[in-house]
Design a protein around this ligand. Sequence first.
Ligand SMILES: [Zn+2]
Length: 399
Amino acid sequence: MTTLLTHIGKIITWHSDRQSMIIDTESDIMIEDGRIIKIGPDLGEADYIIDCHGKMVSPGFVDSHTHPVFMHGREEEFQMRLQGATYEEIALAGGGIVSSIKGVREATEDELIHKVRDRMDTFLSLGTTTIEAKSGYGLDVESELKSLSVLDKVNQHHEIDIHSTFMGAHAFPPEFAKNKDGYIEYICQNMLPKIAKQGIAEYCDVFCEKGYFSVEQSRKILVTAKQYGLKIRLHADEFVDSGAAELAGELNACSADHLMAISDNGIQSLKENHVVATLLPGTTFFLGKSTYAPYKKLKLAGVNIALATDFNPGSCYIQSMPFMLALACIYLKMDILDAFKASTIMGAKALGLEKTVGSIEEGKKADIVVWNVEDPVEIPYNVNQSLIRSVIKNGKKLK
Ligand SMILES: [Zn+2]
């Protein structure tokens, strides 16, 4: 079956041959069996026609950093924070990550599947067609395996493409609070072998940060994960410069994420080792902080930059990539075409998927957003409006 997108005003996409973003104003898009087979003027007839009415189309978003496997939102903690409560006060009241851990450990797989499926419906409706999703609210063997199994089962029955990450090193669970090195051993000797055997996780992520997992502890976990065949990514230099970006370079990670406190050496390390810098402006925004990642410095250094949501119940309860475009433009001073590049092809690169998704090019998956706008800058400008006309996933129009 063929599908033709016609009367397109503008195609905004990465162009592999030119190695830049382009705005194509002349072309139709022909899709067959879920793939883009031809892009050009007057492509003729097809079994199914999608009239874009002169509006803009872009690739589906690739959200390369999310934490969607949890039971409940943490509104009470949000409220406490608004009233000035500290991290410690929130933890004492039973809030923080510990409450999400309790939720996942006590939940059945079916209960979690329900929650994650609903969240994926929302992601897709907001234009995200490929997503990275982490475990990391179980923090024991059984609950981490359960979290990954939930992602696998949702992925099998949902249009969105989910790529899973094992994040046992998200925090220290209460039973290891006084034996941190013991938890590192537990991850390396008990968790990772079983995660690898389960075969769902493609990546391993670590929260490498002062007060969480040190560079040495992170290195040990990530080196072991690599031995089990997992690709690696890091939460790096979010609050202080702890040398996490340098570690990402040393270990040839796919991506180093957050980076609000990255050093010049860290930037150099990402550049030299081709590690994607994934910026998550939603977290700074949602926490009411003002320190965003040094986007201009990273760009000047020639580092590849991706944008993602960091959707999670604590520090960023935001699923919208269009909203991330707005934050990137307003707070990081990112050019809108660069923001599209960061949230499509660079998101794909951060996951090692740049050959199959992230741009509107012949041979790629037909993952496309048809917008209700004519120019890309209308998206950050109309910051609170849903401007998506339809989402096309694997060539199928979803709404
Ligand atoms: Zn995160």
